[in-house]
Design a protein around this ligand. Structure first.
Ligand SMILES: C[S@@+](CC[C@H](N)C(=O)[O-])C[C@H]1O[C@@H](n2cnc3c(N)ncnc32)[C@H](O)[C@@H]1O
Length: 190
């Protein structure tokens, strides 16, 4: 029932969180398309870089039960909401980690999803909250960090971006398809 459409999914969250969905959480249609591209074989490990309240991972895990989905999120309360939603849905191929993307070893993952997670460091409106610091320095730092991780990824690594500014994507990633007015992009490392 939660995966019927976006409003149904948002009933997994408190009202204030569901009100952020339009701006901050991946639409179900996007998550499904991304999951089908990212999971190429059983057991593929997918990382959501900045997983928020867990919507991408949960929807993707439901769409592709043969994939394993991990979300890393710096805001503790969002990780708690994601874990509550995970428990309700009963999905077993998802985990949520509390931490910074810089805490992770990207080699532990096969493919990646990125919904413009660093944009909030440089935009003034519609922030999730004021728990963290915002600055263009942080935007540049995290974008460059992700760029370097993706440079080290092996050939064949897949990446899906949604509303990305593309500063974090190395030239070694080839754009293979776009959808939703070019906002959803599918990339493969050469
Ligand atoms: C636009 S939301 C996307 C949420 C989720 N991927 C989805 O699509 O439903 C981006 C999230 O990235 C998180 N984030 C930003 N920078 C981060 C960092 N350096 N480490 C961990 N999480 C980060 C933010 O806290 C925010 O919750």
């Amino acid at each position: 029932m939660w995966f019927k459409d976006d409003p149904a999914f948002h009933t997994l969250y408190p009202v204030e969180l569901s009100q952020m969905a339009r701006r901050h959480w991946t639409p179900l249609l996007v998550a499904r398309k991304a999951a089908r591209f990212l999971v190429t074989q059983p057991g593929d490990r997918i990382l959501d870089i900045g997983s928020g309240a867990g919507k991408f991972c949960l929807a993707a895990a439901r769409e592709c039960p043969q994939g394993k989905f991990t979300g890393i999120e710096q805001r503790r309360n969002l990780v708690d909401y994601a874990n509550q939603a995970l428990e309700i849905t009963g999905l077993t191929n998802v985990e949520f980690l509390h931490g910074n993307i810089t805490d992770l070893n990207f080699k532990d993952f096969d493919h990646f999803y990125f919904y413009n997670s660093f944009y909030e460091y440089i935009v003034d409106s519609e922030k999730i909250d004021d728990q963290i610091s915002f600055s263009s320095d942080l935007f540049n730092y995290y974008s460059h960090y992700l760029y370097k991780q993706l440079c080290k990824a092996p050939e064949g690594t897949r990446l899906v971006t949604y509303h990305s500014l593309e500063t974090e994507i190395p030239p070694s990633f080839q754009l293979v398809a776009t959808e939703i007015n070019d906002q959803l992009k599918f990339w493969v490392k050469l």
